[in-house]
Design a protein around this ligand. Structure first.
Ligand code: PHE
Length: 335
């Protein structure tokens, strides 16, 4: 039923109201105790003749009822909208299984590096880092690597074409030089970080991590080196790990050695497993000491460079180095 004028405007305004305050203002305009338009109109009914009073009275009562119903309905609507979903359903399912919040964590390689810093820290080694973008001078020259050495072959090294004589470091050994320059021995340091080589297969990745180590003193020997490295692999790979020593050639050590660990990660291998080279090492070459101003007749020591991924591969029997960098969370969450 549409209301007679002037009341017909109210249902329209009520349904257009967007807030409870707006609704209250309309209610006050109509029903205010002294000046409400409907209040006043109802009061005036009393002044009419008995005949008129009856008609006018029932007309205004119908108007009043209809407006009150419209106000009430609109109030419910505005309240439930402001309380949102729960006000309408009026039920809370406490058994609902909500997705757990994802929290980040360190990549297994970085967790491992922290562990290594702790193991070497217990043996008195200081932990440092160096730049990944390196000059030819530090990456090769200062390490007694002549122009003709195969490590300089374009096959292995990423040269940075936009910068003169600059490479993505091929190993962490340049940090030995950076560390020794301007420092006085004795010292023990390790340097961890990324290195880059043009190489990719199950046991090689164009980017991988190394742990470089250096210990210089007056009486540091090859026996000390073997003791430190055996302690390291027992702590960082397996207390019962099988290892073997071989001679190896690196221009910046003399003599040079390599340590292999028994690897069972590759299922296609025989039951004997197979050996995986994890570290190159040796006694620091006198030329390297001379290059940084340390007298090789007074000081001597050893250096080593572990391949981080390979140590983890042996610890956890992982068949392929590329799994570390594939970003597959099913792999990464296992650690
Ligand atoms: N820098 C060598 C490499 O990357 C490893 C190494 C480090 C060898 C220190 C000897 C001494 O292969």
């Amino acid at each position: 039923m549409t209301l007679p004028a002037p009341w017909d405007q109210y249902p329209v305004r009520i349904s257009a109201a967007t807030s409870q305050a707006e609704l209250e203002a309309i209610e006050h305009e109509l029903f205010g105790r002294k000046a409400g338009v409907l209040t006043v109109a109802l009061q005036e009914v009393g002044k009419l003749s008995p005949e008129e009073r009856k008609n006018r009275g029932s007309e205004l009562n119908a108007v009043k009822q209809q407006i009150e119903a419209a106000l009430q309905a609109k109030l419910v609507e505005l309240k439930s909208a402001s309380q949102g979903f729960l006000a309408q359903t009026d039920a809370l399912d406490v058994t609902l299984d909500l997705p757990a919040k994802e929290t980040g964590r360190l990549h297994p390689i970085h967790e491992y590096i922290r562990e290594a810093e702790e193991v070497f820290g217990r043996m008195g080694f200081d932990a440092v880092t160096g730049p990944e973008l390196e000059t030819e001078h530090f990456n090769f020259n200062m390490l007694n690597i002549p122009e003709t050495h195969p490590a300089r072959d374009l096959q292995d090294t990423f040269w940075v074409s936009s910068l003169d004589r600059t490479v993505m470091r091929t190993h962490t050994s340049p940090v030995q030089v950076r560390y020794m320059t301007g420092r006085k021995p004795p010292f023990r340091m390790i340097c961890t970080g990324k290195v880059y080589r043009k190489d990719s297969d199950a046991t090689h990745s164009p980017m991988f991590h190394q742990i470089e180590g250096l210990m210089i003193g007056k009486t540091v020997t090859l026996a000390n080196m073997k003791a430190v490295m055996e302690e390291a692999v027992k702590n960082l790979v397996d207390p019962d790990v099988e290892f073997r020593w071989r001679t190896g050639y690196f221009p910046f050590v003399e003599p040079g050695l390599e340590m292999d660990l028994r690897w069972r990660g590759d299922e296609n291998q025989s039951r004997e497993g197979r050996w995986l080279e994890v570290v190159g090492c040796g006694m620091v070459h006198p030329n390297v000491l001379k290059n940084v101003g340390i007298d090789p007749d007074l000081w001597q020591g050893f250096a080593f460079g572990f391949g981080v991924e390979r140590m983890i591969m042996i610890r956890h029997q992982i068949p392929d180095i590329r799994l570390f960098f594939g970003g597959d969370l099913r792999f990464l969450r296992q650690f």
